[in-house]
Each structure stands twice: as structure tokens, then as C-alpha cells.
Design a protein around this ligand. Structure first.
Ligand code: FAD
Length: 485
């Protein structure tokens, strides 16, 4: 793989291959292709190697992508271009299309997931075999790969040290925008650009995405960011409370690149103040986990601290039943169940709740973090391997710079602290609406006479707790102590 410059443009046609960068502004690959070539085509592949791994034929993410492609295609057409949308194996479709269009080069942005790295190398090899170059660029993070290293040249494993080095390195150069608009007259329409297929056309069904009102595409990302910029100064204080509109809700847009990370980071950096600085820190966590995944791809299936692969997690029928109760929001712990309903119904879960539910699965139920990680991967609209894996290994204490294993969230006190009035719980567990605030976090403590009077009999109308927190806490401590870590 190589980067091209103007001298490479003897054949002045190029193809830009979009994947998790569904926008036509501040786009590294698109910018470089336009600058270097006189005729530029654009393509996206609904990659069957990915689609076939999805657990259901109704998937909000596929619909989010499809809707965002419709907007991207329309935006490109306004500038005289258009999107070719293929359905097949990207590793075959891209070289085929590149050959048909007789381009000199294919341009794309970097991806850091092991499977994507392998796919892109394969595409580059196949292109090379037919005399076409492959040029790829950093786009979805501020700093990638080896750009932020320790003084001894090693990847960071501790977030605070990484963050300090990241901030030291940051300057206008890394936050600059790619001025795609300077060259848009070079966009061209390929004969294969016949519109974006319907969901049914690629074997999927409509999900509840529209009903959820999650705005899609570049316009949706901009709308959410405008809304959040007004609230950014309150982020530090508001971000931990799931019943409060305190976070940005931009994660799905960051996942699919309908917003530009540079634009968001630049804004937070320039605005400054406690809220913006805290939010910028979250964007740095995102870079941090991407570089962890890039440097340590073993984390996909193994503990980052490899010695924790020896932890004896619960298995067998009893563990399977507990896992099902967790997935289906039947643990008897209202904050956990409300969070799991939010996930199952909307594909989103608030960060505080991701930490609580992940801790509950691994440390209260003693179930392997990978099972939870895979469940989230199937459900989350914003599912991102680097962040999800990082978050799970953090909560399970198996990851880099993770929560120490002896810090075990108490689901009741977490609930009292972060959903004090039970507003979030009642939103997703209407069966508990009548439970007084005093008992909403632990309804099994409600006297039986009150349970009957309120029509919320624990064990009948709402589950009894599947485990006793104090007991399982001790089991978890001993599980970790037995593992040399
Ligand atoms: C167990 C677990 C699993 C997670 N899985 C994912 C996932 O699959 N995809 C995902 O994008 N985030 C994941 N996160 C991180 C975080 O929960 C979400 O990014 C956040 O809740 C999304 O909401 P938001 O966009 O309103 O976030 P904001 O609070 O507004 O943060 C802004 C952005 O910063 C990034 N960010 C925030 N927190 C983190 C973090 N801890 N790690 C990495 N990036 C972060 C996200 O891109 C987010 O959109 C996970 C966290 C945990 C604990």
C-alpha cells in the first residue's frame, strides 16, 4: 500500500471506496483522490462477508448505513458524481469495479480491525495483480497506529499517560479539515451508479430505526452535534445520569463516519472548559482503544492481560440460564434490567449502564466477558470492535488499564447514585411504575403486603434477584485471587 502524489496520475481516473466514512466532506481518501486525479468515481460495498455474520435479517445498523448511503449518493450527485453500491464480497467487488472503470488507483481510509486489515491487504494484492494501486489514509481517528508511543517507543497501555502524550502532540495540523470542496468538479458518474438498493434488495427487513427517530446520515450527525454543542459545557456533570440528556448520542455517527472526528475534536479543543475537556477525553478513549486493538489484536478473543485467560468463568446449564436472564432483562435488579431493555428495544445503552451491566454479567453472574461482548456486538447500533472490546475488558478487569478486580459495582448503590429518582428504571420497566422511590432500586425489599397492594409481587410480576450480590461478590474475589494476575 502506498500514498500517491500528483506524479502518479498518468491515468487520471480513480475510485474511492467508502466503508466507515459515509460523508462527502473532510474525508481523507476522497480529498486525496480528487486532488490527484481528474476523474473520480465513488463506491460502497454491502459486504456479504460482514452481512452474513449478522444474527438477524432485521438490523438497525444495515438500515442506518442504507439510509446514510441514500443521502451520500444525493450529495455526490449534486456535485456531479454518484455512488456505485455493490452487494457481494468487497475483496472481489472492488477490484472488479476498478478494472471495469479502468482506474489507476483505488483510495480508501484505514480500518484497524484485524479482519478489515486482512481484507484491505487482500484487495491491495488483487489490485496490484491487475496493475492498479491502492492508496489508504488515516481518517477515522486523530492519532493512529504508532503516532502516539511511550518514550521507549512502545504502545501505551495506561490511558492517562496516553492521553497526556496525545494532548501534547495535538496541534492544528492534526485537526485540519480535508477541503474536498476545492476539487469536487472532478467527481464523475460511473455507469454502474444506478442508485442505492432497497433493504429487501440486499436480503434485509425494515427495523424500528425510523420509530426511534435516530437521525441518519451526514445531516443527522450534524443535527445531533448542533444539539450537543449547546449542552457541551454541562457534559462533565450530566454525562453519568441515564435519565438526563447529558451525552452527545453521536456514537453511531462516529462509527459510520457520517461526522468527522477532526471536526468534533477541533470544536471541543477550541471551546475548552470542563465540559469540552471531559468530552475530548472520551474521544481520546476512542483513539486509545483503536490503537490497543491495532497493536494487540489478540484482545479480540483473549484477555489483554493474558494470565486472565485462566479465570474459571461459570459455564454449564445454570450459567446459561443466568446469561439468558441477563440478555432478556430478567435479573431482578431493576437498573440492569432497564438497561438491557433499552439495549434490546433501541440498540443504544448509556455508558454508565454499559459499565453496570458488563460488571453485573462478569462479576455478579461470573460469566465470561466474551459472551457479553458478543451480545452487545449483536445489539448495539454503535457497535465498534475496539471500543466494545475495550469497554468489556475494562469492566471485567481483564483489560489494559482496567477497573481493578476488587472494585465490584454494587448494582443497587450504582442505581441509587445514578438514577436516584428511578426515572430511567420506570421508563423501561413500566411494571415497576408504582413502586415507591425508596424501593425502586431493590424492589424485593418491599414488604409483601405492599407488594400485593401495589400489584407488583416479586417473583410473579417482576423477577426476584437471580443472585445475592454480597455472596457472588465474594465468589468473584476468590475467582480472581486464584488467577495469578
Ligand atoms: C461494556 C462497554 C461497551 C461499549 N461498547 C461500545 C461500542 O461498541 N461502541 C462505542 O462507540 N462505544 C462503546 N462503549 C463506549 C461508550 O459507552 C459509548 O461510546 C457511549 O455510551 C456512546 O454514547 P455517546 O455517543 O452519547 O457518548 P459521549 O459520552 O457523547 O462520548 C462521545 C464519543 O466518545 C467515544 N467514547 C465515549 N466513551 C468511550 C469509551 N469508553 N471508549 C471508547 N470510546 C468512547 C464514542 O465515540 C462516543 O460517541 C462501550 C463502553 C462499555 C463500558
Amino acid at each position: 500500500m502506498r500514498h500517491m502524489n500528483q506524479s502518479d496520475t498518468s491515468n487520471s481516473r480513480a475510485l474511492v471506496w467508502f466503508h466507515r466514512d459515509l460523508r462527502n466532506f473532510d474525508h481523507a481518501a476522497l480529498y486525496h483522490a480528487l486532488r490527484n486525479h481528474r476523474q473520480v468515481f465513488c463506491a460502497f460495498v454491502f459486504d456479504t462477508e460482514i452481512l452474513e455474520t449478522l444474527p438477524a435479517r432485521t438490523d438497525r445498523r444495515v438500515e442506518f448505513i442504507r439510509e446514510s448511503l441514500v443521502e451520500l449518493d444525493a450529495a455526490l450527485r449534486k456535485d456531479g458524481g454518484a455512488l456505485v453500491v455493490c452487494h457481494g464480497k468487497a475483496r472481489e467487488e472492488i477490484p472488479r469495479l476498478a478494472a471495469q472503470l479502468d482506474v489507476a488507483a483505488v483510495y480508501a481510509n484505514h480500518d484497524y480491525e484485524p479482519q478489515a486489515i486482512e481484507r484491505d491487504l487482500d484487495v491491495a494484492r488483487r489490485l496490484q495483480a491487475i496493475g492498479i494501486s491502492f492508496a489508504d489514509f488515516k481518517d477515522q481517528v486523530i492519532f493512529e497506529r504508532d503516532e502516539v508511543l511511550t518514550q521507549t517507543g512502545k504502545p501505551f497501555g495506561v490511558f492517562t499517560a496516553y492521553k497526556n502524550a496525545w494532548l501534547r502532540k495535538l496541534n492544528d495540523f492534526y485537526l485540519r479539515s480535508y477541503p474536498v470542496g476545492n476539487y469536487v468538479n472532478r467527481l464523475s458518474i460511473a455507469p454502474q451508479a444506478i442508485g442505492v438498493p432497497t433493504l429487501q434488495g440486499i436480503g434485509f427487513e425494515t427495523s424500528n430505526l425510523k420509530a426511534l427517530r435516530l437521525p441518519v446520515g451526514m445531516s443527522g450527525g450534524a443535527q445531533l452535534f448542533d444539539d450537543f454543542s449547546e449542552r457541551m459545557d454541562r457534559y462533565k456533570d450530566a454525562r453519568d445520569f441515564p435519565a438526563v440528556k447529558g451525552v452527545s448520542y453521536l456514537s453511531t455517527h462516529l462509527r459510520f463516519g457520517t461526522v468527522s472526528i477532526r471536526e468534533l475534536a477541533r470544536h471541543a479543543w477550541q471551546v475548552g472548559g470542563a465540559g469540552a475537556e471531559t468530552w475530548l477525553s472520551e474521544l481520546i478513549w476512542r483513539d486509545f482503544y483503536h490503537q490497543i486493538l491495532f497493536h494487540h489484536p489478540h484482545v479480540v478473543t483473549h484477555a489483554w492481560k493474558v494470565e486472565y485467560d485462566d479465570i474459571r468463568w461459570e459455564t454449564g446449564a445454570a450459567a446459561d440460564a443466568l446469561f439468558a436472564a441477563w440478555c432478556e432483562a430478567r435479573t431482578g435488579y431493576p437498573i440492569v434490567d432497564a438497561a438491557m431493555r433499552q439495549l434490546n428495544q433501541t440498540g443504544f445503552m448509556h455508558n454508565r449502564l454499559r459499565m453496570i451491566t458488563a460488571s453485573f454479567l462478569t462479576k455478579d453472574l461470573g460469566i465470561h466477558w466474551l459472551r457479553g461482548e458478543r451480545y452487545f456486538a449483536a445489539q448495539l447500533n454503535d457497535y465498534d470492535l475496539a471500543a466494545n472490546n475495550g469497554g468489556w475488558q475494562w469492566a471485567a478487569s481483564t483489560g489494559c488499564d482496567a477497573q481493578p478486580y476488587f472494585r465490584i459495582f454494587n448494582p443497587v448503590t450504582q442505581s441509587e447514585r445514578f438514577d436516584a429518582g428511578g426515572k430511567f428504571i420506570r421508563k423501561y420497566l413500566p411494571e415497576l411504575t408504582g413502586v415507591p422511590d425508596k424501593y425502586i432500586h431493590a424492589p424485593w425489599k418491599l414488604p409483601m403486603v405492599d407488594q400485593r397492594q401495589l400489584g407488583v409481587v416479586i417473583g410473579t410480576d417482576y423477577p426476584a434477584p437471580v443472585v445475592d450480590h454480597a455472596t457472588v461478590r465474594e465468589m468473584t474475589l476468590s475467582r480472581f485471587r486464584k488467577t495469578p494476575g
